[in-house]
Design a protein around this ligand. Structure first.
Ligand code: PMP
Length: 291
């Protein structure tokens, strides 16, 4: 990663090489932080950030759980400032607010957060080749952290659950892990929500332990599709499966637990529609673009 990259830290831009976190940062020890994953796209009018407001509202909900002060407007301005300082059009944006100062105790009262925003040149997180051929999905033996233990928000520590499930999937030769609950209902993937298509009908999988994805909400609004609980058995009988996320966008699933899915004509159409929207090609949805 380029050390010339400018990072926003508590309101100031600094080169990455001059940015560091102390070894006794509370967030480092316990994952006491909240982050977002946001995309900027090259549009005819320049760089535009997709649904920046919704991402920072979700981040605020995570900060509230941790009792952490967080100002969405300050992070919104910081995001646009950092994007411009790094001269980026297609970018991945990673804001994070974590407890840096105040010790390694478990009481949040003495803790003070540090805010950081990185804007990185865009590269696919799931891998170009995997996205192009469609993902091999593996149902993991791990359970998603239940919402009754940790709210499904982008709290840093919650992602250890995703990471160990992903590790199991990649060791099994798959690209991504699918979480199902003990009753056989589909939850989500490690960083994506799940959709299926059956007999031309699109369904967004709903689960109380899954992150309320902004891409998912975007597609439900665009498609007016079903939004309901789905069992693993029902998913296994789908004609098409796709996963959605800020990074994954709309990504086709090529196989589930070794069973190949066929061609994905509906997924291809939905992916194209999403690309048109995020790149500002549809008049109706320009309000989702910030910059
Ligand atoms: N689930 C999890 C666990 C995630 O980390 C993400 C990525 N933020 C998603 C779903 C998709 O959410 P979004 O569409 O808001 O990026």
């Amino acid at each position: 990663m380029s050390h010339d990259l400018q990072i926003w830290i508590d309101g100031e831009l600094r080169p990455l090489a001059h940015a560091s976190t102390g070894p006794l940062a509370n967030g480092l020890h316990y994952g006491t932080g909240v982050f977002e994953g946001i995309r900027a796209y090259r549009t005819d009018a320049g760089a535009r950030v997709f649904r920046l407001d919704a991402h920072l509202e979700r981040m605020k909900r995570g900060a509230d759980v941790l009792g952490m002060a967080f100002e969405p407007d300050r992070f919104a301005a910081g995001t646009l400032q950092t994007l411009a300082a790094n001269n980026l059009l297609d970018a991945y944006i990673r804001p994070i607010s974590y407890y840096e100062h105040g010790g390694i105790g478990l009481d949040t009262a003495p803790l003070r957060p540090r805010g950081m925003i990185a804007t990185l040149p865009w590269t696919t997180h799931l891998g170009d080749a995997a996205v192009a051929r469609g993902l091999k999905l593996h149902t993991t033996t791990w359970r998603r952290t239940p919402a009754t233990s940790l709210p499904p928000l982008k709290l840093c520590g919650n992602y250890v659950n995703s990471i160990i499930a992903k590790r199991e999937a990649t060791l099994a030769g798959a690209d991504e892990a699918l979480f199902a609950d003990a009753s056989g209902f589909v939850c989500e993937c490690t960083g994506e929500n799940v959709f299926m298509v059956k007999a031309g009908r699109v369904t967004a999988v709903r689960h109380p332990d899954a992150l309320s994805g902004i891409t998912r909400a975007t597609l439900i609004e665009l498609l007016g599709c079903d939004d309901r609980a789905v069992t693993l058995d029902e998913l296994r009988g789908a004609d098409e499966i796709f996963v959605t996320g800020t990074s994954a966008e709309v990504t086709r699933i090529a196989s589930l637990d070794g069973r190949d899915l066929g061609d994905s004509p509906a997924t291809r159409e939905i992916a194209a529609l999403y690309q048109a929207v995020v790149h500002g090609k549809t008049e109706l949805h320009r309000g989702w673009l910030f910059g």
